[in-house]
Design a binder for this molecule. Structure first.
Ligand SMILES: C[S@@+](CC[C@H](N)C(=O)[O-])C[C@H]1O[C@@H](n2cnc3c(N)ncnc32)[C@H](O)[C@@H]1O
Length: 336
């Protein structure tokens, strides 16, 4: 079993390359009304709010003399820059998990009349699938460049979807705003799982549904992060919780079970690429964490990471190319 891994290990230790640009964009994006946290007494919500700990968002200086609140909480700004680095190329990563996204959307039974929040939307693949089925969709992500790419993609596809920069740990939406909240391999990567869980419960209306896909701690995706680990700076102390914990049904039950009736299913999505070299090209251009780590290494170390990454994927190579199975957990819940 692989050691506990943490994307936050990657994200929170990166040099702040690009961050000022991203944060400025997030700041200028909108003035947020912070979520009203006192209105709902839905089952389980008070406990979740107590557990998630203090909210640290406060007024922040704006560009133009007015005080605004950032869409992104300060402790997630590095993550925003790291994930955002994938930009439009991130869509190529979503393509490789498209069948798992269809699986989630199918089990949620999305269709016309559903008001859907796609949280940690990336470049909006899941949002587009939901909108193509007739749902009214809002996509939210911390990565400003991902959101710009999501808008372009939706426009090109002729789909009307609202996209905005936002933090899954503190959303601007009213209580009970959505019939469905979906997140495919998404909110598992937020740094504060309890805050995310409380927000999922808060913005989902009673009788509404939640749908999540998440990678487990013993899966091949977690192993891929282990390949990158020696190239990351040392983790902060105390280390934040592993995102792969969201891939264990017991943990999802702990996080969401007090507000949702949950059911689980597993699935496997296969990464098909010609060879390990092609997987490296895909991830080192479109997958923010890989791209960011690679960008900070000296040429020799970068080449070493490149070789290790390609070699790891080449283990799954057959006569026709790489076919790497990636198991995931699908969680479907109904809000009490
Ligand atoms: C692996 S990607 C998944 C993207 C997309 N849902 C998909 O299916 O391809 C993880 C996403 O989580 C987003 N993310 C991480 N922390 C977040 C947070 N606190 N709030 C919103 N999005 C966050 C990242 O920016 C990134 O786009």
């Amino acid at each position: 079993m692989p050691a506990q891994l943490n994307v936050s290990d990657i994200i929170s230790n990166n040099i702040l390359l690009l961050i000022s640009t991203h944060v400025r964009r997030a700041l200028s994006c909108r003035t947020l009304r912070l979520a009203g946290l006192g209105a709902t007494n839905a089952p389980g919500l008070a406990k979740m709010r107590a557990e998630r700990g203090p909210q640290v968002v406060g007024p922040r200086p704006s560009m133009g003399g007015t005080t605004v609140a950032s869409a992104i909480q300060p402790h997630n700004e590095r993550a925003a820059a790291t994930w955002g680095a994938g930009g439009a190329d991130y869509d190529g990563i979503s393509r490789t998990i498209a069948d798992s996204i269809d699986h989630c959307v199918l089990r949620l039974g999305l269709g016309p009349g559903d008001r859907v929040l796609d949280l940690a939307t990336g470049t909006g693949w899941t949002a587009r699938v939901a909108a193509a089925r007739g749902a009214k969709v809002v996509g939210v992500d911390i990565g400003a460049d991902l959101i710009e790419a999501a808008k372009d993609q939706a426009r090109q596809a002729g789909l009307e979807i609202e996209f905005e920069v936002g933090d899954a740990e503190q959303l601007r939406f009213e209580d009970g705003s959505f019939d469905v909240v979906v997140s495919t391999c998404g909110v598992m990567f937020a740094s504060n799982p309890k805050a995310v869980a409380a927000e999922l419960a808060r913005v989902c209306k009673p009788g509404g549904r939640v749908g999540l896909t998440t990678w487990p701690p013993d899966g091949t995706l977690a192993q891929m992060f282990q390949v990158m680990r020696p190239y990351m700076p040392p983790p902060p102390s105390p280390a934040p919780p592993s995102p792969f914990e969201w891939g264990r049904r017991e943990r999802v039950q702990e996080l969401l079970g007090s507000a949702f009736d949950l059911k689980f299913e597993t699935g496997t999505t296969v990464l098909h690429e010609p060879d390990g070299e092609a997987v490296w090209r895909l991830f080192s251009t479109g997958y923010g964490p890989t791209k960011t780590i690679a960008g900070k290494l000296d040429p020799e170390r970068r080449e070493q990471l490149h070789r290790d990454f390609a070699k790891f994927h080449d283990q799954f190579r057959g006569e026709l190319g790489v076919a790497m199975p990636r198991e995931y957990l699908l969680t479907i819940g109904v809000r009490r």
